[in-house]
Design a protein around this ligand. Structure first.
Ligand SMILES: O=C(O)CCC(=O)C(=O)O
Length: 183
């Protein structure tokens, strides 16, 4: 851990990482992903999300789809902590059912993209403590975030996001390749 809090927080594009490849293509993950996005699933994002001990900051409440160039806004992510994710080290917080509200307004903060508190009921936020190695599957319009890590231990996690045959790229051409994922 760096005393100045300058540790790496996020590593994106881990499509070819050996460890993550095993998770991305694991039957235990794919059987849910297939049911959620259709066949064949394609990989949109594979990212490590680090919350270092003591200095890991809050991730504000947000939806993923509004800043992803994919339509329709119905991708699914699988979030897996490598450490027990607790109330103290920044487990995910979600607003159940919020994915049914469509895209909510987001604002850019200094280093984040968040839904202002007037657009949701903060009392409806539910923390989701998880054992390491367990998985949370969530819709790309689910309002979610995570608190700061105030504990003495890191909270490390990976997230894999998948799209299906009915999704299309809406960003600036050329469209990236989203390869089908098979076991
Ligand atoms: O890992 C976190 O703290 C936030 C995760 C997140 O926002 C995401 O996976 O979209």
């Amino acid at each position: 851990m760096r005393a100045d809090g300058g540790d790496i927080r996020k590593v994106d594009g881990l499509f070819h990482d050996d460890l993550l490849h095993g998770l991305i293509t694991s039957e235990r993950v794919l059987r849910f992903v297939r049911a959620l996005v259709g066949e064949p699933p394609r990989l949109f994002r594979a990212t490590a999300l680090m919350k270092p001990a003591a200095v890991g900051s809050e991730k504000g409440q947000h939806q993923d789809s509004p800043y992803w160039p994919i339509a329709p806004m119905s991708l699914w992510s699988c979030w897996i902590p490598f450490d027990d994710a607790t109330l103290d080290n920044g487990c995910l917080t979600v607003v159940p059912g919020s994915h049914r509200r469509g895209a909510l307004p987001h604002v850019q903060t200094q280093d984040d993209f968040v839904v202002p508190a007037e657009h949701y009921d903060e009392a409806a936020l539910v923390p989701v403590p998880m054992r390491r190695g367990s998985a949370l599957f969530f819709h790309s319009l689910l309002l979610h975030g995570s608190a700061a890590n105030t504990s003495g231990d890191p909270r490390r996690a990976v997230t894999m996001s998948y799209l299906g045959p009915g999704h299309r790229y809406t960003g600036t051409p050329p469209a990236p390749e989203y390869p089908p994922v098979t076991e």
